[in-house]
Design a protein around this ligand. Structure first.
Ligand SMILES: C[S@@+](CC[C@H](N)C(=O)[O-])C[C@H]1O[C@@H](n2cnc3c(N)ncnc32)[C@H](O)[C@@H]1O
Length: 367
């Protein structure tokens, strides 16, 4: 169990009476965003509330943060055209799509800041440990961090283990340049055949590739082949669905809808956002041939502190997480900003006790 927060006054049920029918917001009438322009509209999964619901609910709840919408719209207006062929969705940058790699999160500095804060959340969850596999670190000389993002994990691992050579890989060149001397970053799409020598690596770490991988069996097989006999592979993933054990989170709240939006998007792009529920990590490890497989689902007594950091990480860039999935449904940027304002309210509310699941699975390549 990860990242407990104290989220929201449930958003009004879409069927609840409103004083008078509201005119559609101009935003709701906008044409499809660049994200979906020209592509067929995906089939939506049951239970997703329309964008207009959040506009109406914001008015009903007296939001004064229309500034939420305008701030986001104006803050990125000056972004220059990317020399790295990034895609743009409403001014936010994304890695360009190709046939294999499709990443749903923004790769700009605002999202990267959220990623960095989230690294702290993950470290708190594991009691400060960077790995759970039973590594004999004296014998760990070569390490990979797949989908390293801003490289926070790889930097910490390299700092702690100066005798290990650490390589972090990602599709996006968003890693810092001031890094430990025993670390390097490489651009590599992990859904293609890996370029590392077979049987050459002692430990492979892969965290939060949620929604990024269509064929988990293939990727875990690459890890298996790259590991030296006896080497460990560790995968940490979460569900996109927020839950509560005490029914304080309703299906029609913004947090309740968050999981549905991602599930819908996952169906559209053929990638799961419910890795833990689907048991994908264990299945793919078994299929690859790993042994001594262990699973750890986080349930922690320090949830309050973790929840506070989760809130900070999410609030650092709610839009960067949800923009692509929501615009693929035809939501305008203003509608996304209003939905984000609902999320913000909910994760700040002490009345909602929500969390999302997170699972670490590690296994060994037989000696
Ligand atoms: C949610 S971030 C997690 C980053 C890091 N692992 C962490 O836990 O802080 C996911 C990262 O995976 C990268 N990614 C997504 N698809 C990928 C692929 N096919 N190959 C390599 N990296 C990928 C994204 O660019 C992004 O940096």
């Amino acid at each position: 169990m990860a990242g407990e927060t104290s989220p929201p006054p449930p958003a009004r049920d879409s069927k609840s009476p409103s004083s008078s029918p509201k005119p559609k917001s101009p935003a709701a009438e906008k044409s499809p965003s660049p994200a979906n322009a020209g592509s067929p509209q995906p089939t939506t999964i049951a239970g997703i509330l329309p964008a207009q619901h959040w506009v109406d609910a914001a008015e009903g709840q007296g939001f004064d943060d229309a500034d939420d919408a305008s701030a986001v719209v104006s803050s990125t207006a000056s972004l220059s055209a990317s020399i790295l062929e990034y895609r743009k969705i409403h001014g936010r940058t994304y890695h360009h799509d190709n046939d294999t790699a499709k990443y749903w999160g923004s790769n700009d500095s605002q999202q990267n800041e959220s990623m960095d804060i989230n690294h702290h959340v993950e470290t708190l969850l594991s009691d400060g440990k960077l790995f759970l596999a039973p590594l004999d670190t004296d014998k760990v000389h070569k390490v990979l961090d797949i989908g390293t993002g801003t490289g926070s994990w790889a930097i910490d691992f390299a700092d702690d283990h100066p005798n290990a050579e650490v390589v972090g890989t990602d599709m996006s060149p968003i890693q810092p340049t001031w890094i430990p001397p025993n670390l390097k970053f490489e651009i590599e799409d992990c859904t293609l055949e890996w370029t590392f020598a077979k049987n050459s690596v002692d430990y492979i770490h892969m965290r939060l590739l949620i929604g990024s991988i269509a064929d988990w069996d293939f990727v875990f097989k690459q890890a298996y082949e790259t590991l030296a006999p006896g080497g460990w592979f560790e995968s940490q993933e979460n569900n996109a669905v927020w839950e509560s054990d005490d029914d304080t989170l309703s299906e029609n709240s913004a947090l309740g809808q968050w999981g549905k939006l991602f599930a819908n998007f996952g169906n559209t792009i053929g990638r799961s956002f419910s890795i833990c529920d689907d048991g994908l990590q264990r299945k793919a490890m078994e299929a690859a041939g790993f042994v001594d497989i262990h699973e750890v689902e986080y349930k922690d007594t320090k949830l309050k502190e973790i929840g506070e950091y989760t809130q900070v990480a999410l609030e650092a860039d709610i839009e960067g997480y949800i923009l692509y999935p929501a615009t693929s449904l035809g939501w305008s940027r203003e509608e996304v900003a209003i939905f984000a304002a609902h999320i913000r309210r909910e994760i700040r509310s002490p009345d909602i006790h929500s969390y999302y699941r997170q699972k670490v699975v590690y296994g060994r390549k037989p000696s």
